[in-house]
Design a protein around this ligand. Structure first.
Ligand code: SF4
Length: 271
């Protein structure tokens, strides 16, 4: 066993394991958080991270009862965030089931391990749809197949199917579950991903296999896809470049998708 008995898998740790076993080892087994200066360009990274965290906080406050107009008045210092908030006000909750649970965490067990999912919003009608909503502040909308393959999509639907009965008035049939990504920085565009009993079985097998591989692994190799190293905190440890080289890049050269994991982990910290 490489992990302590009480280790709980989240979408962030699972995605790390899928992207780079070495990153998983450094972050969750060796518990090295920030061995070097955070990947450059640090200022832009920090600004986007703060904006993403602040946006999620706004949504949380609104869903707990604070009026959207009141919250909007606090955003005069950040026009971009104000735009996202306006987009959320117009489109964020449209068409969702009325039974809403914001900032809620659920857990289940699989392969002797805990799985935890922390949701921006669950919108459920007993006997009707069970919609998982996740707000993203990314500057572009990824392809549907990319979102379908993300561990967040796989884990969140699975955990809701296994652990959401008390919110739904009974077991949730997988075909009633849908995951919706809402992109507030691109006009509120949505990507909706359905679920099914067959997909649940496939995801369960996939997660079981991942967990067993992590627990039994004797080595955690570096990813062969060196593009994943470009903004990774551990580059210096892996001899995959250093921050100074990235400083030379034009800001527009890096894509927000490179920061997907970091934004997701920030969202988790918000709970
Ligand atoms: S620098 Fe590359 S190989 Fe090293 S942990 Fe990060 S992603 Fe993995």
């Amino acid at each position: 066993m490489n992990l302590p008995d009480d280790f709980a898998f989240t979408q962030g740790s699972l995605q790390d394991a899928a992207d780079c076993p070495r990153r998983f080892e450094l972050r969750y087994i060796k518990r090295l958080r920030y061995p070097a200066v955070e990947a450059a360009p640090a200022l832009q990274f920090e600004r986007r991270t703060r904006q993403g965290a602040r946006f999620h906080k706004l949504v949380q406050q609104h869903l707990l009862g604070l009026p959207a107009e009141t919250l909007a008045r606090s955003l005069h210092d950040d026009p971009e965030l104000a735009d996202w908030w306006e987009t959320f006000r117009k489109t964020g909750l449209a068409g969702l089931p009325e039974g809403r649970q914001a900032e809620i965490a659920l857990q289940t067990h699989l392969g002797g391990r805990r799985l935890i999912a922390k949701y921006d919003l669950l919108a459920l009608d007993a006997g009707g749809e069970a919609v998982i909503v996740d707000w993203k502040t990314w500057r572009r909308v990824p392809a549907q197949h990319y979102l379908e393959s993300r561990l967040q999509t796989i884990l969140y639907r699975y955990v809701l199917a296994k652990a959401g009965a008390h919110l739904y008035g009974g077991p949730i049939p997988p075909q009633k579950i849908r995951m919706v990504y809402c992109f507030v920085a691109t006009g509120g565009e949505r990507v909706s991903i359905d679920y099914s009993a067959a997909q649940l079985r496939a995801d369960e097998d996939y997660l079981l296999n991942m967990i067993a591989e992590i627990d039994d692994a004797e080595q955690f190799p570096l990813t062969e896809d060196e593009a994943r190293c470009r903004f990774c905190t551990y580059r210096s440890l892996c001899e995959r470049g250093d921050a100074g080289l990235v400083d030379l890049l034009d800001e527009d050269e890096f894509e927000e998708e490179d920061f997907v994991l970091d934004f997701d982990q920030i969202a988790e910290i918000e709970f």
